[in-house]
Design a protein around this ligand. Structure first.
Ligand SMILES: *[C@@H]1O[C@H](CO)[C@@H](O)[C@H](O)[C@H]1NC(C)=O
Ligand SMILES: *[C@@H]1O[C@H](CO)[C@@H](O)[C@H](O)[C@H]1NC(C)=O
Ligand SMILES: *[C@@H]1O[C@H](CO)[C@@H](O)[C@H](O)[C@H]1NC(C)=O
Ligand SMILES: *[C@@H]1O[C@H](CO)[C@@H](O)[C@H](O)[C@H]1NC(C)=O
Length: 374
């Protein structure tokens, strides 16, 4: 076994390097950073897609800089639906919205709504939909943002228009809904390119095909970081020179690694019983999910009136994107504690062995987090 392993690493440094685009963390365990995002200084730029570079601040916040709109903190990234949730470091998102400009950035609004920003000198006689935006208001003027349709051409005399603009919003309004807010909720954006939805829904890693173009391909976790162009050429040459004997070695070696992988998985997650099968042929993976008894062994809770879920991803289920309601059954993944509707995650786990949010199988133990924090 040991000799084979050495041989394997000598002949296939390519595969040995599978870990060169590791999932990174910037202080926050619930925000794994991986393709198309990269964390500056932790991952090489070819691990990500242009425009998706994040910086880890001194306070260990993940920071995204939009070319014309400055820095935002990242609250969450949904790799499955390709959405990112941003907030303002100074807690005054409405101020940032006034100068938002997505030029030269891969991000766009998921939905947008036409808002008029008004500055009013008096709060009298102007209606309840004028909710003051505290951080833009002062003792003499208060600023408010109203959906332009609600204004219906009647701007109160005590107010003047600051700006009218399309504001990114998290969802479309329902018919007849009367929107009232001060625009302080997180900024929710999405991206079209790169499109990794196929890889993500199939439990595969998305990555750049080569360092020379921006094509993306799906890889098993195992191959991620290995199929870069230069390395591919090396593999072709190696195969040409050594011929069929290599196929035998490769088969054996893959078995060795597969065993290692199983050992790894069982060591880190005793509860898992059916790890993904890795086929020896590059670029092909047969992903099998977990069996029912393993899925059933994962913690399940019925939400109470507070609708608080026990995991880090609060608010809505990141598979179906609908909000949690009381009396709904939630299941959490043991290693990372991410929560989902039981129906949603059960279906997912029947086909995949990884958590759809962090994709770690198993998630890094707290020990790993501590050491990557240094
Ligand atoms: C990590 O993220 C969670 C949820 O988004 C948040 O409550 C927590 O404060 C964050 N921790 C740090 C250290 O940023
Ligand atoms: C965004 O900024 C660029 C560069 O300053 C400018 O050319 C463009 O017109 C701006 N777009 C909007 C919508 O303001
Ligand atoms: C927006 O309203 C919420 C409560 O409704 C408040 O906590 C928050 O400070 C307000 N934000 C701004 C910027 O006015
Ligand atoms: C309040 O804000 C307005 C602009 O919105 C500004 O003209 C005015 O000088 C400010 N007043 C004070 C007391 O800061």
């Amino acid at each position: 076994m040991g000799i084979l392993k050495v041989l394997f690493y000598l002949i296939f440094p390519v595969i040995h390097a599978f870990n060169d685009c590791p999932v990174s963390l910037c202080g926050n365990f619930s925000l794994p950073i991986r393709f198309p995002f990269t964390l500056e200084g932790e991952q090489s730029p070819y691990c990500g897609y242009p425009g998706f570079n994040l910086i880890c601040s001194n306070q260990r916040n993940s920071v995204l800089e939009l070319p014309y709109s400055g820095e935002f903190y990242v609250r969450n990234i949904n790799y499955l639906t390709q959405q990112i949730q941003l907030y303002d470091p100074d807690n005054c998102l409405p101020k940032r919205l006034l100068s938002l400009n997505f030029s030269n950035s891969p991000f766009i609004a998921t939905f947008s709504r036409d808002y008029t920003f008004l500055s009013c000198s008096s709060q009298k006689n102007i209606g309840s939909q004028f909710i003051p935006i505290d951080c833009l208001s002062n003792s003499t003027y208060f600023v408010s943002a109203i959906p332009s349709v609600n204004l219906a051409n009647s701007i109160p005399g005590s107010c003047s228009v600051i700006k009218r603009l399309l504001v990114p919003v998290a969802r479309q309004e329902r018919f007849g809904e009367n929107i009232k807010d001060n625009l302080s909720a997180d900024l929710q954006l999405t991206w079209d390119k790169p499109d990794c939805s196929y890889c993500e829904t199939h439990g595969l890693m998305c990555g750049l095909e080569s360092v020379y173009n921006n094509q993306v391909v799906c890889m098993s976790d195992y191959q991620a970081g290995t199929s870069r162009q230069g390395l591919k050429i090396f593999r072709i040459i190696a195969l040409c020179i050594t011929g069929p004997a290599l196929i035998f070695v490769m088969l054996m070696a893959t078995c060795v690694c597969y065993n290692d992988r199983i050992a790894n998985i069982t060591r880190n997650a005793a509860s898992r019983s059916a790890p993904a099968a890795i086929s020896p042929q590059p670029d092909v993976i047969i992903a099998t999910g977990l069996d029912e008894s393993t899925i059933e062994s994962y913690e399940k809770v019925v939400l109470g009136d507070s609708r608080r879920v026990p995991g880090p991803n609060d608010g809505c289920c990141w598979i179906c994107l609908s909000e949690y309601n009381s009396k709904e059954t939630i299941r959490s993944i043991p290693e990372c504690k991410h929560c989902f509707h039981a129906d949603c995650i059960d279906e997912w786990l029947r086909m995949n062995v990884t958590c759809p949010v962090c994709r770690n199988s198993p998630a890094p133990s707290p020990l790993n987090v501590a050491s990557s924090d240094v």
